[in-house]
Structures are given as C-alpha cells and as structure tokens.
Design a protein around this ligand. Structure first.
Ligand code: DGY
Length: 414
C-alpha cells in the first residue's frame, strides 16, 4: 500500500469501529470500550476529528468508579459475542464494567489531544478525573512505588511470561464450565491457552466474591505481580498530567509526590540476574526472568538504565518489525501467540517515542519499521515478528491510530 492508501485505510478502520461516543478495538472479538485501546483511538482521532477525540476520553471517564478506578472494559451495550460479560464481573459502577483497570495511557492521550485542539472546558474535568485515577493507583495498586496488577488482564499483556510463576501457583479448582468466545473469532494457536483462561476466569470470580474490595485485595488476593509496563506507563502519564496542570489552572503537587514514589518503585524492578527491568511476584518476591517489550518502556517512563540499550539492539536485530513482546532468544518465545512473541505496533509507538525523546536513533528506526509493517500488512491486532504477517483480530483500531498519530503522522489526511 502506498502511504496515502494506508492513511485512507486507517481513517476508514477507525470510522468503522466508531460506535458514536466510543470506539471498539474491533467488531466481534472485542465489541466494547477497552481502556487503553480508547486512549490510542483518541490520539488517532486527534489527527482528523479532534472533537471526536475529546468525546472518546470523556466516554471512558464516565465509567470511573467512586474510588477513582477506571475500568478496563466498559460494557456500554449488550453483546453476547464476548466472554466474560458484565454478569460474570458483577460490578456496580456507573456503567456496567469489569472490576480491574488497565495501563493509564489515557493520561498521555489527554495531553496529546490538548496539543492538537486545546479546549479548557473539556480538558479540565478530564484532568481532575485522571488525577483521581492516579491517586487510586497510588493507594490501591502500588507496593514500594511499583505498580502491581491483580489480574493478567489488568496489565493488558494477558499471557506474557511475566505472570507464569503467579499463574502456576493458582489452582483454578471449581472454575466450572464456561464457553470461550475469543477462539470463535481468532485461531486458538494465537490466543492464550485453556490453562490461562481457567485462571483468568477463576481470578475474576474470586475478586467478585470478595466484592471487588480494592484494599482487601492488596493483602489477600492470590495474584499480585509488580508490572514494569504499567509502572512505566503511569510514570509517563503522571508526567503528562503534571505538565498540563498550569495550563488548566490545576495544582499538580499531589501528583508530583506520587511520581517520585513510582519512580522509586520502577528502580526496584531491576533484575540484576538478567540486567533488565522485570516483573516481580509480590507474594514470593521472585522475578519472572523475562526480557519483554514492557521493559523497553523505560525510556518512555523516564527511567532508562545502562544495559537496556544492549538488550534493545539484540532484540531488534532478531526482529525486523520492531520490538517483539518476548525476546526471541527466550525458550518461551511463540511467534504468533499474543503476548509471547508478536509485535504490537502501539508498543513500538510508546517505546519509539521514549527513545526519540532520549535522543536515541533507535526511535526513528522503530517508527520506520512500523510504517513499513502497517503499509504491508494492514490493520491487524498484532504481527508475527519474523515476517510481519498479520495475526489475531483484523480491522483493529489501534494500529490505525498508531499510523495516524505516529508512524505516518506527517501524512495529509484526505
Ligand atoms: C481478552 O478478553 O482477551 C482481553 O484481553 C481482556 O481484556
């Protein structure tokens, strides 16, 4: 595809997934509003329909719980093509929703949308809501400053090796029968395994039975893993909110305190054995021992450390289309299985943005290969890192948004 055709496809994909006030990741497989997908959608809309970009973020924040949590899925309309739906989650927020959050890319999207189309009346309330979300993270999802997740879905990187140790320790006894819907949309070889799903469903039921008690989960929940991905993304989001504060007449002092704590937590996710940032099971203290794409968000978060550049060079030499979700040299690498190998263009975008800001040429290299990948393979959920073949769901919102807001951001919109 030439770049103009790819731009047209990107706009068309976003319009097709637009449900009026929010965007679905893709029809069928993901038929609701997902938190971080929406943040990328907002950045994509900012290029050709800024009013719609504001609406995307506003609709997301309408789902915010009274305690500040912003759910990872908002079930705005019934759709039986997805499992687990709202009746499994059993949550009582303002909109039917899941009971966990997702990495807060929306904080960064707020700054990006403001940059494209400043609107005080719309940005102010969003900033306030996101500041409450940041305070919720600090209160309920940090230990020693590092952000931990209470479900693999909360990280957005569902079946990454980061969670293998904590998942193996769970006995999903009594999970019972349930019907997966994802494998009706996408080949099972590209999705998490049944052993993973049993634990995903078991963890949802367990937290639901405990009444989604965020404070209780901190001490008792059987899955608590410090996640470098969410930690770096929150660091970045906090920086963006703090930077926006003065323009919106907001006092960011409380956020500065949180940012200092999270930065200290990020440093504690350094695993000296592999010389890399790494996930850590809070129940055992064990590191996962995996070089995943999340570690390379350290520049984006503002926590880069010597040694990461060598890992990055090695991984990029092995994978021509950008950062694979798992180091191809790792025995657990599985080129098409979701977060155990594939390249995800939005990860390339965040990693590449951080590298470019740090003055490293690898950032532009990542942008170039992402451009080539999307122009060659279209708008897929993720891609085989060896040959760039599209994988997972198709007609996906986030690669379209990545094309428009980063990979080919200089391109004219027809
Ligand atoms: C899924 O259902 O696969 C999602 O990743 C959960 O957010």
């Amino acid at each position: 595809m030439d770049p103009d055709a790819c731009t047209a496809m990107a706009v068309e994909t976003m319009r097709r997934n637009d449900r009026g006030a929010y965007t679905v990741p893709t029809a069928g497989l993901y038929p609701y509003q997902w938190n971080w997908d929406s943040a990328f959608a907002a950045m994509g809309f900012a290029r050709f329909d800024p009013a719609r970009a504001w609406t995307e973020l506003e609709t997301l924040m309408v789902g915010q719980w009274a305690d500040g949590m912003v759910p990872h899925i908002l079930f705005h309309e019934a759709d039986d093509g997805y499992f687990p739906g709202p009746e499994v989650w059993g949550c009582a927020g303002p909109v039917p929703s899941s009971g966990i959050t997702q990495p807060p890319v929306a904080m960064t999207a707020l700054r990006a949308v403001w940059g494209a189309a400043p609107d005080l009346g719309r940005a102010g309330p969003l900033w306030d809501a996101m500041a409450r979300w940041a305070a919720w993270f600090a209160r309920h999802r940090t230990e020693g400053g590092a952000v931990f997740v209470t479900h693999p879905w909360e990280s957005g990187r569902d079946n990454a090796p980061d969670w293998d140790g904590a998942m193996a320790a769970i006995d999903p006894a009594g999970v019972g029968d349930y019907v997966r819907r994802d494998t009706g949309h996408v080949d099972a070889s590209m999705r998490p395994t049944k052993a993973d799903y049993d634990r995903y469903v078991w963890l949802v039921r367990r937290a639901r039975d405990e009444g989604w008690d965020a404070e209780g989960m901190r001490g008792r929940h059987p899955f608590r893993v410090a996640d470098p991905g969410t930690t770096f993304i929150l660091m970045r989001g906090l920086r963006d909110l703090i930077a926006l504060g003065p323009a919106l007449g907001r006092d960011a002092a409380a956020l500065e305190g949180i940012a200092d704590d999270v930065a200290a937590g990020a440093a504690a996710l350094w695993n000296p054995e592999i010389g890399c940032f790494d996930a850590r099971d809070l129940r055992t203290g064990a590191f996962a021992g995996a070089v995943t794409s999340a570690a390379f968000l350290c520049w984006y978060g503002g926590a880069a450390r010597g040694g990461m550049d060598a890992h990055l060079a090695r991984v990029l030499d092995a994978a021509p289309y950008g950062v694979p979700s798992l180091d191809p040299a790792d025995a657990r690498f599985d080129a098409r299985r979701y977060w155990r190998g594939p390249v995800w263009p939005f990860m390339n975008q965040m990693i590449g943005t951080g590298l470019t800001e740090a003055g490293l040429p690898a950032g532009e290299r990542l942008r170039g290969v992402t451009r080539d990948l999307l122009a060659a393979s279209g708008m897929a959920e993720y891609y085989d890192p060896r040959d760039g073949a599209p994988a997972g769901g198709r007609s996906f919102t986030w690669p379209a948004a990545v094309w428009l807001s980063w990979a080919h951001a200089e391109g004219a919109i027809p």
